[in-house]
Design a protein around this ligand. Sequence first.
Ligand SMILES: NC(N)=O
Length: 705
Amino acid sequence: MSNVAEHSVRAVMSSAEVLPQGAGYGVVIGIGLFFSAFMVLLTAIQARYTGYSPKNSEEFTSASRSVKPGLIASGIVSAWTWAATLLQSSAVGYRYGISGPWWYASGATVQVLLFAQLAAKLKMNAPYAHTWLEIVGARWGTAAHLILMFFGLATNLIVSSMLVLGGSATVTDLTGMSTIAACFLIPLGVAIYVVVGGMRSTLLCDYTHTTVLFAIIFTFAFTVYATSDYIGSISKMHSLLQEATAISPVSGNAGGSYLTMRSKNGLIFGVINLIGNFATVFQDQAYWQRAIASRPATTVKAYLLGGIAWFAIPFCFATTLGLAAVALSVVPSPTSPTANATAAGFQALLPPLTNDQISEGLPASVAAAGLLGQSGAAALLVLLFLAVTSATSAELIAVSAILTYDVYLRYIHPDATEQQIMRVSHAGVVFFALVMALAGIIFYYIGVSMGWLYTFMGVILGSAVVPIALCITWRKANKYGCIGGAVVGFAAGIAAWLGVTSSLNDGVINVTTSGGNYEMLAGNLASIGAGGLIATVVSCIWPDVYDFAGTRAINAPTHKRDAKTSDDMDADMSEKKSPRTPEASVSVEEVQPLAEDEELDLDRLKSAFKLAAQASVVLTLVLLIIIPLPLFFAQTVYEVKGFSAWVGIGIGWAFCSAFAVVLYPLYESRTALGMIGRGIIKDIFARGSGKFAAPSHSIEGDSDA
Ligand SMILES: NC(N)=O
C-alpha cells in the first residue's frame, strides 16, 4: 500500500487507531520526566553560574522581578497557548471557515495587549506585591479579598480543567490511552518540574516549549500549503473549500462559503470568545505573575510583544488544520468508488465529524492524522502536550502563589518563616495538580467538553473583569460598586444563560441545550455587562479617593522615606491621602522610596503606561474592528488571490512571532548565556573555578537565565 493510501485508511479508521497506546504513555510520562530532569539541570546551572536559586520564596514565585521582556513574552505566549488555542480554534475554523481562526486569535489577543496597561499600573501601584489579590486585600479588606479570590481560583480551575480535558481527549483519541490516566499524569508530571524549578525555570521551560511549538506549527503549515498529496497548495485548498461549500454550505455565511469573513456564527463566537478571554487574563494570577516577574522597565514591552506574537499561533494553526479538515472531507478515500464528492457512494477521506467530536476539538487531530499518518498524529500529540504542560505549569505556580500569600500568610500564619513559606508553595503546586486532575475527570464524566467550557467561562467569570481592573488602576473605584458588580453580574450571567437556554429549547436545560451560541452569548454578555456597569456607575456616583499608598506598601523593602517623596509619588492621583489600610503589611512611612530604584521611577512608569494605553487601544481597534468588520459587511467571498494573501499573512506573522519569542530572548540574554558558558568552561579546566561569586555590585540586571 502506498504511503498516501496508508494514511488515508488510517484517517478513515478514525484517529483513535493512528498511534499505539504506548505512544500516549510514552509522551505523557516520558516527556514529563524529560522536562523534570531538564528543569533539575537548569536549576543547578542557574544556581551555580548565575547565583539565582529557587530556594527563596521571592525567587520561587516572582523570579526576583528581574526577567527581561523577550523571555516574559515567551512565557506569556506559552501560558496563553492552551489545548483550546490549537483545538478550539481549529474547531471554529472547521465550523465557520476562515472567520473562525480570525475571531479566535483576535478575540484572545486583545486582552493580553490591554493587560499591558494593568501590568504598568501594577508596577506603579503595587511594585512589590506577589499576587493581584494582595492588592485587592490591601485596598478593600477581607470581604472583597475573599469574594474576588473566589473568581480568581474559579478562573484557575476552569482554565486548568480545559487544559486537562483538551489534552487528555486528544491523547485518548490519537493513542487510545485511558482518559483518566491522562487526566492524572499530565498535571502530576508538570508539578514535579514546577516544584523543582519555580518561576524562573518555568519561564525557561516555557521558552523551550514555545520553540518546539513554532517548529511543529510550521511543519503543518508547509505540509498543507506546499507538500501534501491531498492539498499541497493554496489554490488546491481554495478549490477543495469551494467544493465543500457546494456540498455542505455553512449556515449564516455569505454564499455558505468557508472563504468569507461574513459569518454570523463566526461573529457570535468572536463576541463570546472576547468576553471569556477577558476573564481568563485579567483574573488569572498566571498573567499577573509574569508582570510581577518582569523587570519594571520592560513589562509593557513584554506584554505587547507577547500579545502580538501569540496571535499567529491560533490564526496560522487553525487556518491550516481547521480548514484542512474541511478540505479532506471532499477528498476521496482510497476505497471510494468515485472521486466526485457530489456523486452517490462517495467516501470521503475524512467523514464529517459530529457536533460532540467538534466540541472535543477533534478537527485538528483528524486532519493531522489524515495528512501525515502516524508522524502527523505524533507531531500533534507532542504539540498538544507541550502546549498543555507549559500552560499547566503557569496555572500550578499561579495557584501556589495565591494559596501561599493570600491564604496561608494572610489568614493562617502571617509570621511564617521563609522555610515554611517555601514548604507551602511546594505543597500548593502538588495540591492544585491533584485538584486539576480531579476536575478534569469530573467534567469528563458529566460530559462537559473543552469546547463547552471554553464558551461557558465568561458566564461565571466575566462579571469580575471590570471590578478587578478598576481596583488596580482607578483611584475612584468604589469598593461596594465593584464587589456588588462582581456578585450581581455573576447572578445575571447565570440567569441569562439558563433563561435563554430554557426559552430556546422548550424548557429543556442540559449540557447539550445550554451549549448553543445564543445561550452562551446571553450569559457572557449579561455577566460582563452587569458587572462592568454596576462597578462603573456606582464608582462615578460615589467615587473613592484612594492614593494607592497602602498597596505600594505591600511587601515593600523597609526604609524610611520622607514625606516629600511620598507626595511626589502620589501627585498624579491623590487629592487626599487615605490613611494606611489595616491590611497593608508595612506602614507607608516605612516604605523605601520607590524613586530610589531607577526602574520604579514614577515618570518612567507613567510613560510606560501611556505607551501601553495607546498601543493596546490602537491594536485592539485594528484587530477587532478596522480589519474584520469591513470584511464582514462587504460580504466578500475570497477568490484564490485574496485567500493566498490571507494564508500568506498568517504564515508570515507566525515567522515574525517566532523571531520575537524564540530568537529575541536569546539575543537579550547573551550576557547571561556568555557568563554561564564561561563558567562551564572554567569548571571543565579547573573544577570549582567557574562557580558564581557575588560581585560587589549586583549582576542581576544582566542575568535572566
Ligand atoms: N488562551 C486561549 N484563549 O486560547
